[in-house]
Design a protein around this ligand. Structure first.
Ligand code: PAF
Length: 282
């Protein structure tokens, strides 16, 4: 596996791959790789000819007081895991390669980034959209792979690609979970034993609401209450938001119908976790 650290090297390599008409699968990450990321790399390996991943902890998507400084970084471990999963080329730039001095352009996907995660983390999706647009320009992927765990992010990336007519397909792959249902996340590493035990309640809460939906409940308020009941049993969890939204537009629903996304974010000690489940309510 080649490791590239310069934006120019990445761009020249992408241009060469394009001239050779080779399909490129791309998995953007912030490192601290887990099975969720590796499932994306493996899918890219199966579906495209050249697999590129990136590791870049993007300062622009962290707010003041968030975990940018302490975000887990272990490049050597990540390179070994990515290589074993079938990655051909890892782009691991320094901040100055992505945001050279004087950089002042931002990408904002209006209307999809202010609610849910965006309400708790103002400016977060501006940072995500800006770095993803830059990475797509440098890597020029045929297909980009993102995880459903970051559902709002996936919707925003799809919208960005559509609106800017970027020549890339975005594939959203299912969340990979631990045995007790906890969604895999680099931030799970922050949890102590008791926090880790209670953290799976977020998925249990979403699953409880999904079960209520399956049995005919349509009232969004009552679905949220059913999630809250599960979370209230876990004293270490503090709810940030629980929501029932249209899975395409992210608009809040009062009645759950059509493509529905149940989403939640909780604080567990100093760690913030998110998760979601999708339900088709015909
Ligand atoms: O999901 C992530 O790891 C990041 O938000 C991404 C898409 C790599 C952009 O920094």
């Amino acid at each position: 596996m080649r490791v590239l650290k310069q934006a120019r090297q990445m761009s020249l390599t992408a241009q060469a791959l394009r001239r050779q008409a080779r399909s490129v699968g791309f998995v953007p990450t912030m490192g601290a790789l887990h099975d969720g990321h590796l499932s994306l790399i493996r899918a890219a390996r199966r579906q495209t000819q050249v697999v590129v991943a990136s590791i870049f902890v993007n300062p622009l998507q962290f707010g003041p007081g968030e975990d940018y400084e302490r975000y887990p970084r272990d490049l050597r471990r990540d390179l070994n895991l990515a290589k074993a999963a079938g990655c051909d080329l890892m782009f691991a730039p320094h901040v100055s390669q992505i945001y050279p001095s004087g950089a002042c352009t931002i990408v904002e996907v209006e209307g999809l980034g202010e609610q849910l995660e965006g309400a708790s983390r103002p400016g977060h999706f501006r940072g995500v959209a800006t770095v993803v647009a830059t990475l797509f320009n440098l890597v020029q992927p045929t297909i980009a792979y993102v995880g459903q765990k970051d559902f709002q992010q996936a919707i925003i990336i799809q919208r960005l690609v559509k609106d800017l007519a970027l020549p890339v397909q975005v594939r959203v792959l299912p969340t990979v979970r631990e045995a007790d249902g906890l969604a895999m996340s680099s931030r799970n590493a922050y949890l102590n034993t008791e926090e880790r035990r209670q953290a799976s309640a977020l998925y249990q809460a979403l699953s409880a609401a999904k079960e209520h939906l399956r049995r005919g409940e349509r009232g969004a308020q009552r679905l949220v209450e059913s999630m809250r009941e599960v979370l209230d049993r876990c004293p270490l969890l503090r709810v940030d938001y629980l929501a029932v939204v249209n899975a395409k537009t992210l608009e809040p629903l009062t009645e759950a119908r059509g493509s529905v996304a149940l989403l939640g974010a909780v604080h567990v000690g100093t760690t913030r976790l998110i998760d979601n489940v999708l339900v088709d309510v015909s």
